[in-house]
Design a protein around this ligand. Structure first.
Ligand SMILES: [Zn+2]
Length: 445
């Protein structure tokens, strides 16, 4: 009976068993030797007890609550009072440390509701415990700002989630529940050494640009070419739908099924597909004209340099006008005007794209079916923090070390005339794509 809790230094007085679970009257035998407020030794005296209900891990599959008769103390030196401390108890959540750990692990694998039912606490309590865990993990995983930052979307459960990537090193920096300005802003401020960021590749989404200008004012914003090029294919596809309505249903369905031949670049088509494409374009002149405009738009990215690119973009706009396709390409005309500087910045930089994130979106497209009931927070923690991170060793620059004790020691040693190899420090770069995708797949399927 006394070992019901299996916690050293705890004494169990009574165990009450009911259908709902166990309630255990217990005391903790460890006593503080000094004041936890002022540190004075031998100045404490007991000052009554209070009984607190502490949730614990299950026993024989049933929830356990410890009714802890907890000692109060008063300090003669500073006059403060405090409760008996115990390393077995988490005071923030009023549960045993082992229950907190159980909930943290459980929350990564199961729904909060399932974990809550198992251990006999509310779903809200499980959420609070998990949130504290997520905050701790976040504080432990601070990534270095990359030279080339990608801000992009991942579509999970019918919503666009924001993903931050280090494009050069191909790692994930963060994964955010939504893409509002505040959420993205806070995530960017978590990155270390933000002055490193030179280029930010993004989708055409105004809040991204606002946040980039606030956090990395010196960086160059580049519109991701895949996002804007895709709009040309979408315009063509809307014409394809119109054409489909004007022909027999069977023919329309056939064209729809094979629309890839229209939307893809001709270079990627098989001979059979090229034949099909030729047939349609000859048969339907409106499609031919729109197809050529789509191709002309993609071809802008083949030119070198901002001046040539700008000329190509303007030529494309004129071609749309003279082909009377303004209506069809309206969304693209608008976007290319609103984002013209950022589109042209592609040509001023080494041609940065979010191809990396696009690849991931494709990988995850079929994954996101089940998994309802899991919180985004748990998904994020699992995807980002439950496996290893990529680190890199970088020479420590004197005066720039952050909380890097070994680097400072080396500096002192050097000033004493000792020859030491230049110090390096490990920086955390982010999460490998494979790890991230695997975690999401495990969680979502
Ligand atoms: Zn004191």
């Amino acid at each position: 009976m006394t070992d019901f809790l299996r916690l050293p230094s705890w004494e169990v007085q009574v165990v009450h068993e009911s259908a709902a679970g166990y309630r255990v009257d217990a005391t903790y035998t460890g006593q503080p030797t000094c004041c936890i407020k002022c540190g004075a030794d031998d100045e404490l005296y007991r000052h009554g007890t209070i009984t607190q209900a502490i949730n614990d891990t299950t026993h024989s599959g049933k929830p356990v609550v410890i009714d802890w008769a907890r000692q109060r103390y008063r300090c003669r030196a500073c006059g403060s009072t405090f409760l008996q401390p115990s390393p077995d108890i988490n005071d923030r959540h009023l549960m045993t440390v082992r229950l907190v750990q159980h909930i943290e692990k459980g929350g990564l694998r199961r729904t909060y509701v399932a974990v809550a039912e198992e251990v006999g606490v509310s779903e809200g309590t499980v959420r609070n415990v998990f949130r504290a865990y997520a905050e701790r993990m976040e504080a432990d995983h601070v990534f270095e700002a990359p030279e080339v930052l990608g801000i992009d979307e991942l579509h999970i459960r019918g919503r666009a989630r924001c993903i931050l990537t280090n494009i050069k090193d191909k790692v994930i920096l963060d994964f955010l529940e939504d893409r509002t300005k505040d959420v993205v802003y806070r995530a960017l401020l978590r990155l270390e050494q933000r002055e490193r960021v030179q280029i930010v590749a993004m989708d055409m989404y105004r809040p991204y640009l606002t946040v980039q200008k606030a956090v990395f004012p010196k960086a160059i914003a580049v519109v991701d070419k895949f996002h804007i090029q895709r709009m040309a294919s979408q315009s063509l596809d809307s014409l394809r739908k119109l054409v489909g309505k004007g022909v027999s249903r069977r023919r329309g369905a056939y064209i729809k099924r094979n629309r890839y031949v229209l939307l893809a670049r001709p270079g990627t088509l098989t001979d059979a597909q090229k034949f099909l494409l030729d047939e349609w374009l000859t048969e339907i002149p409106a499609l031919r004209s729109a197809y050529d405009l789509k191709e002309q738009f993609y071809d802008i990215w083949e030119v070198k340099g901002v001046t040539a690119a700008k000329k190509a973009l303007y030529a494309w706009r004129e071609a749309v006008q003279s082909a009377n396709q303004t209506h069809l390409f309206k969304p693209l005309l608008t976007a290319s005007a609103n984002w013209e500087p950022e589109i042209l910045n592609f040509f001023a930089t080494a041609g940065v794209t979010n191809a990396f994130t696009e690849a991931m979106n494709r990988t995850l497209r079929d994954v996101d079916r089940a998994g309802r009931g899991y919180s985004f927070e748990a998904l994020r923690v699992k995807a980002l923090f439950s496996h290893g991170v990529v680190t890199k060793r970088r020479p420590a620059r004197l005066g720039l070390e952050r909380r890097d004790v070994s680097g400072m020691m080396a500096y002192r040693a050097n000033t004493m005339g000792l020859r030491l190899p230049p110090m390096e420090m490990a920086v955390s770069l982010g999460i490998p794509l494979s790890t991230f995708a695997k975690a999401l797949k495990e969680r979502l399927t």
